[in-house]
Design a protein around this ligand. Structure first.
Ligand code: NAD
Length: 362
């Protein structure tokens, strides 16, 4: 049966980069045997303009019906003064909550060709390939009680609550172990069990779930050490799993090891493996409409979609190999172009997409 992909270009460069990713999907459909059907919808500012809401009912229905979703980015200066509940970013939060996308996959991959773009020494990061699995719908960002209260002496006190139920830890652990099974079969669970009881429970539940995945080598690390190790010796990691706040911080640090925001895809999955795939960057209004944005993060988001939601590992490998090839051929968009490196050529968004298509067909 045809699998359905919902395409949500969103705002700013979202439209340009998604158009290049769609070129890639169409080649896999037309010239290989990928059996998918594409539908289109609005989200973010584009949906607000069309329907008065950043995640309107029409998009909600399309999202529920789809097997996987490809999203560009949302946001733009023109929406900055809108009331909070109809701002473009609310569309993103809305779709994540609506589809219960609790498992956020944030790979940090650094292609050998781009090692000079990192602020770390090339030998520390060249060939880096880490996957951070962040719990996305629980933990301290959602825990109750929360607020700012006044103490008896009149001083104000802010408070939040870090809570995880066993069932929440179990499902993110299963998600991470399954991902490790598709990779190098090493999982590092990151917590703070020496100080926080909730992380003691996290540790024990991850251990328990690990019994069901005997092939995966499980280790544990405190978050402060994990932050140090990520910068010192990042290639020691395969998959890392952690809670919402720790994951928020570690995944951004890991992303910057690669030096380039335009190269990193991401995924958010539900418990059945249905997912939304998107580049980690935003809608970049400063460069929108100029055909200079890097479409590779979005194209690699399609590769993740094929691997994690559509079970077409063969197709994912084709895309990864094609991206590798265009970088070897020297194609660079402005964000990854370094003046004076021999054999590289500066190209625009659509030329980069065309180069990936040509590499797929060659
Ligand atoms: P941004 O990621 O959009 O841009 C940061 C910088 O990186 C800019 O200089 C931009 O030109 C550059 N950049 C981003 N993507 C690029 C690409 N593919 N190729 C080349 N250069 C690229 O972050 P921002 O400027 O803080 O936010 C802009 C808008 O995006 C805001 O409205 C924000 O709310 C929104 N945003 C959306 C998402 C999302 O949709 N997931 C994520 C972050 C920010």
């Amino acid at each position: 049966m045809k699998q359905k992909i919902l395409i949500l270009p969103g705002d700013g460069i979202g439209k340009e980069i998604v158009a290049e990713a769609v070129k890639v999907i169409n080649v896999l459909k037309d010239d290989f045997d990928l059996d998918v059907e594409l539908t289109y919808g609005d989200i973010g500012g584009a949906a607000y303009d069309a329907d008065g809401h950043p995640y309107p009912p029409t998009t909600q229905k399309l999202a529920k019906d789809a097997d996987a979703i490809l999203l560009g980015a949302v946001g733009g200066y023109q929406y900055d003064d809108l009331p909070r509940d109809v701002r473009p970013e609310r569309g993103l939060l809305g779709i994540r909550a609506d589809l219960e996308l609790f498992s956020n996959l944030r790979p940090a991959i650094l292609n050998k060709e781009l090692a000079d773009a990192s602020s770390l020494k090339a030998e520390v990061v060249a060939g880096l390939d880490i996957m951070i699995v962040r719990e996305l719908t629980g933990g301290i960002y959602f825990g109750e009680p929360r607020g700012i209260r006044e103490l008896e002496n009149g001083e104000k006190q802010g408070y939040n609550t870090l809570v995880y139920k066993e069932s929440e830890i179990e499902r993110i652990a299963h998600s991470a172990f399954k991902i490790a099974m598709k990779r190098d079969k090493r999982l590092c669970s990151v917590g703070k069990a020496n100080v926080l009881e909730v992380m003691e429970l996290w540790h024990d539940v991850v251990e328990r779930v690990g019994k069901e995945y005997p092939e995966v080598e499980l280790s544990h690390m405190y978050v402060d050490n994990a932050a140090m190790q990520l910068v010192k010796e990042p290639k020691q990691f395969d998959v890392m799993v952690t809670g919402n706040m720790f994951g928020d911080i570690l995944s951004d640090a890991a992303a910057m090891l690669t030096g380039s925001i335009g190269m990193l895809p991401s995924a958010s999955l539900d418990k059945n493996g249905k997912g939304m795939y998107e580049p980690i960057h935003g809608s970049a209004p400063d460069i929108a409409g100029q055909n200079i944005a890097n479409p590779l993060a979005t194209i690699m988001s399609v590769s993740m979609m094929l691997l994690y939601s559509l079970n077409r590992e063969d197709m994912a490998e084709r895309i990864d190999a094609a991206v590798e090839r265009v970088l070897q051929q020297g194609y660079r968009t402005a964000d990854i172009f370094i003046e004076g490196i021999e054999g590289t050529k500066l190209v625009g968004t659509s030329e980069m997409g065309d180069a990936v298509v040509a590499a797929l067909l060659s």
